[in-house]
Design a protein around this ligand. Structure first.
Ligand code: SF4
Ligand code: SF4
Length: 183
């Protein structure tokens, strides 16, 4: 075909560029854009730790707030953050957002509220009740319900105290029973 024939053929041929709404179907299981559920996020930072290109950051904004951010321009869509998030707050959607196709970075930003631990007052993000229920295999009740908002340090202390009390009996006026039993 001569150059002139090629030019004329292209001139009257339909566009070969897809319209924005006419994207090819994505393959099943595509690791596309991230979705972040702030209600499930504890700000633990695991996702940022496993993210090699540092597309995710978890930063302390102030006394009461953490910020979780993600930038598509740095993301390699490896999926490690979704795999390692202990509360399943991250999901990789099987969709490609138009903004990324246009070469622009898409960012996500969520704020995570810190609350004071009811026992020691340290600001922290308690494990969501739904996550605790899943871990315990049912609705929270008893000790689990009473301690659901404690920070991890206080949880450890309370558990240690219960174990100690189980062996030695409860404290009397703040003095361990074992010390009272000494001659
Ligand atoms: S998204 Fe998951 S891994 Fe990342 S900070 Fe939140 S809870 Fe931790
Ligand atoms: S998919 Fe991979 S590169 Fe993208 S934010 Fe998650 S861990 Fe980082």
């Amino acid at each position: 075909m001569s150059m002139l024939q090629t030019v004329l053929a292209n001139l009257f041929a339909p566009s070969r560029t897809r319209a924005p709404g006419d994207q090819p179907p994505v393959p099943a299981g595509l690791r596309g854009f991230l979705a972040h559920d702030a209600a499930l996020c504890t700000g633990c930072g695991t996702c940022a730790h496993v993210c090699a290109p540092a597309a995710i950051a978890v930063t302390r904004e102030n006394e009461r707030t953490l910020a979780w951010t993600w930038g598509s321009g740095s993301c390699s869509f490896c999926g490690l953050c979704e795999i390692w998030c202990p509360t399943h707050a991250i999901t990789m959607k099987d969709e490609v957002a138009g903004a990324a196709l246009n070469g622009r970075q898409v960012g996500l930003r969520d704020e995570i509220a810190l609350i004071p631990c009811p026992r020691c007052g340290r600001p922290h993000v308690p494990l969501p009740a739904s996550v605790q229920s899943d871990m315990l295999g049912g609705a929270l009740s008893g000790t689990a319900l009473a301690e659901k908002d404690l920070c991890e340090d206080c949880r450890r202390r309370m558990t240690s105290e219960r174990i100690r009390d189980g062996f030695l009996g409860p404290k009397v006026c703040g003095t361990p029973a074992i010390e009272e039993a000494k001659p």
